[in-house]
Design a binder for this molecule. Structure first.
Ligand SMILES: *Cc1c(COP(=O)(O)O)cnc(C)c1O
Length: 435
C-alpha cells in the first residue's frame, strides 16, 4: 500500500510514478523486467549523511559502497553529491574510473585482492587501500618496492562482534574471513609491520560488522573496541589516527515491519561516541568515514514486471508469475529476503486478495514475494516491487539464459536508460562453437 510517507507516489491516472514519470508508460517504452531509480531519492539519501556531518562540524567522508549498485550513471550521481566511493574489485574500480570519480576519493576493499588489482589501484594513486590480511601486505610491499611509490592504508580489523539479525554477539574466536583479529595479536603484528615500511602511511582503522542494521549499538560497540586498541597504540607507539572508518550496513525499509533508525540519528550517535572516546584517550577526534551502500541505492530503486500465468491451488495459494525472478533479484532465493509491491497500473485500487509472486526460473525456490495483498490481478498487469535498488542489478545473473534487464533513471519528469537491456547476442557472446 502507498502510504503518505512512501518514497513513491500515485499520479492522477491512478498509476505509480517515479521521478515524476508514469511507470506504466516506462514499462511500455523500455519493456519489462525493468529496474527504475528515482534519482532524487538517491540524492536525498546522500545528502542526509553528508549534511549531518556538516551540521555537526565533523571532518568526514561518506563513501558509497558501490557493490550495492555499480554502473557509470550511478557513480556519476553519487560523485555529484560529494560522496567518496568504495570498490572491491578490478571491475568496480574500472567502472569508477570510467565514471571519472576522482581517484583520491576511491577506497579499495577486499579479502583477496590480487596482485593485478593492487597494482591497478597503486598505479592510479587511489585514495586509500583497506588492508585486510598478511598476504596482501606482502603483495603491496612488493609493488611499492618495484614502483618506488607510497600509499595510504586503513587496516581492516575484526572487533569480534557479529550482528545476529538485530542483536550483537561478542565472539571470542572472531570467525570471519575479513580483517585482522583485534584481540589475538594479529592486528598489532600487522600494525607494526605496516608502520615499519616508510612507503606506507597508516591512516587508521576500519571495521564493518554487518548489513541491514536498524540500530547503532553494534557499530558503537565496535568503536569502543577500536579505541581500546588505539589507546594502546597511542601510549605504546605514539600513534595518532587520521581516520576511523566504521563501515556501512545502515538498514532500510523493505517491508512495513522494518523500522530503521533515521540516517541523521545514526550519524549523530556515531559522531558523539567517537568524540567521547577520542577525548577519553586524549587524542584529537579522527576523521570519521562511513560506507553506506544499501542506504543510498536501496529505496531509490524498484523493479517493474509484467504479470503472465496465474495458478490457484484451491484452498492453498494463488500464484501469479512474472517475467523475471531470481535472475534480476537473487535476494529472496539467497537469504529469504522479504519485499512489498503494488500493481503500478492499479495503484489506487483496494486490495482484495493475497498472492504469491513467482519468478520464471526453473526452481521452486524462485518466489519473489510469498504473501502480497493486491487488487484483482490479470495477465499484463504491471507489478512494481519496491526497494530493489541495492543488490538487485548488481547480483543479476544469466541463469536459464535470461538477458539482464535495462536500468532507467527518472528525475524531474524525465527518464533515461542508463544501462541498456541485454540482447540474446549478448547472452551468447562468449560462447564458441566446438569444432
Ligand atoms: C557491503 C559492505 C558495505 C555496504 O554495506 P550496506 O549494507 O550496503 O551498507 C560497506 N563496507 C563494507 C566493507 C562492506 O563489505
Amino acid at each position: 500500500m502507498i502510504t503518505d510517507n512512501h518514497p513513491f507516489k500515485i499520479n492522477e491516472a491512478g498509476h505509480l510514478e517515479a521521478g515524476g514519470v508514469d511507470l506504466v508508460n516506462l514499462a511500455e517504452t523500455y519493456g519489462t523486467p525493468l529496474y527504475v531509480y528515482d534519482v532524487s531519492i538517491i540524492r536525498d539519501n546522500c545528502r542526509q549523511f553528508i549534511q549531518t556531518f556538516k551540521e555537526l562540524g565533523v571532518q568526514a567522508q561518506v563513501a558509497y559502497a558501490s557493490k550495492a549498485f555499480s554502473a557509470i550513471a550511478m557513480l556519476q550521481v553519487v560523485n555529484q553529491e560529494g560522496m567518496s566511493l568504495d570498490v572491491v574489485s578490478k571491475g568496480e574500480l574500472y567502472t569508477a574510473l570510467q565514471a571519472d570519480v576522482p581517484v583520491n576519493k576511491i577506497h579499495l576493499h577486499g579479502n583477496n585482492k590480487s596482485l593485478e588489482e593492487l597494482t591497478m589501484a597503486i598505479d592510479h594513486d587511489i585514495g586509500c587501500i583497506v588492508v585486510d590480511n598478511f598476504y596482501e601486505i606482502d603483495l603491496i610491499e612488493r609493488i611499492l618496492h618495484d614502483k618506488h611509490k607510497t600509499i595510504h592504508v586503513l587496516m581492516r580489523v575484526t572487533p569480534g562482534i557479529e550482528s545476529n539479525t538485530h542483536q550483537y554477539i561478542m565472539t571470542g574466536n572472531e570467525d570471519s574471513k575479513f580483517g585482522f583479529n583485534l584481540s589475538n595479536g594479529q592486528a598489532d603484528q600487522a600494525f607494526l609491520r605496516l608502520r615499519r615500511n616508510s612507503r606506507i602511511h597508516v591512516k587508521g582503522l576500519h571495521s564493518h560488522i554487518g548489513s541491514q542494521l536498524f540500530e547503532s549499538d553494534g557499530p558503537l560497540l565496535a568503536a569502543q573496541l577500536l579505541f581500546q586498541k588505539l589507546d594502546y597504540w597511542h601510549t605504546e607507539y605514539g600513534f595518532i589516527p587520521d581516520v576511523l572508518n566504521l563501515g556501512g550496513g545502515f538498514g532500510i525499509r523493505y517491508t512495513a515491519e522494518d523500522e530503521p533508525l533515521s540516517y541523521p540519528a545514526f550519524v549523530k550517535e556515531l559522531v558523539s561516541a567517537v568524540q567521547q572516546h577520542a577525548a577519553a584517550i586524549e587524542i584529537p577526534t579522527p576523521e570519521i568515514w562511513i560506507e553506506p551502500g544499501r542506504a543510498i541505492a536501496g529505496n531509490a530503486g524498484l523493479t517493474l514486471y509484467t504479470v503472465g500465468a496465474m495458478k490457484t491451488v484451491p484452498g492453498v495459494r494463488h500464484y501469479i508469475s512474472v517475467d523475471g525472478g531470481m535472475t534480476d533479484n537473487l535476494r529472496p532465493a539467497l537469504y529469504q529476503a522479504a519485499y512489498e509491491g503494488v500493481l503500478a497500473n492499479k495503484a489506487s485500487l483496494p486490495n482484495v486478495q493475497t498472492v504469491s509472486v513467482a519468478g520464471k526460473c526453473c526452481e521452486s525456490g524462485d518466489i519473489l514475494i510469498w504473501n502480497l495483498p493486491l487488487p484483482a490481478v490479470e495477465p499484463n498487469d504491471i507489478l512494481a516491487v519496491f526497494s530493489t535498488g541495492a543488490y538487485g542489478y548488481s547480483m543479476a545473473n544469466h541463469y536459464n539464459r535470461f538477458a539482464k534487464p535495462a536500468v532507467v533513471f527518472a528525475e524531474n519528469g524525465k527518464s533515461q536508460e542508463v544501462v541498456r537491456r541485454e540482447t540474446y547476442e549478448d547472452v551468447v557472446k562468449n560462447d564458441r562453437s566446438y569444432e
